[in-house]
Design a protein around this ligand. Sequence first.
Ligand code: 5GP
Ligand code: ZN
Length: 113
Amino acid sequence: MSDCLFCRIVRGEIPSQKVYEDEDILAFRDIRPLAPVHFLVIPKKHIESLATSTEDDAALLGRLLAVVPKIARELGAVDGFRTIINTGRVGGQEVYHLHIHVIGGGDPLPAML
Ligand code: 5GP
Ligand code: ZN
């Protein structure tokens, strides 16, 4: 998956504003932020989408979520945030490397449903 945009960000071939990194996970600011705080949390390993993830990814998926609150707090989303995983065509996924959007830091977001 060498030409995947987010794999290229992981490899440092495309610059990003990193907000968290460990052995398996990278988080960086979204290039088109929808709120004062808007970052993406991704596995460094290429997983196309939530729909193509497997049971073997369960621990990694858990860790992706687990790092969210600390990063959100550090960036100033202290009154809450929204997490979104767009999946597939119908889910509005644009970049086919699994990512969690974390959005907050501003006024209350409109209800989604
Ligand atoms: P999706 O619609 O796939 O859930 O969201 C993809 C997100 O990636 C979009 O919010 C878009 O702004 C963000 N994005 C696309 N290209 C880049 C990039 O090169 N750098 C960063 N930091 N974000 C990107
Ligand atoms: Zn990738």
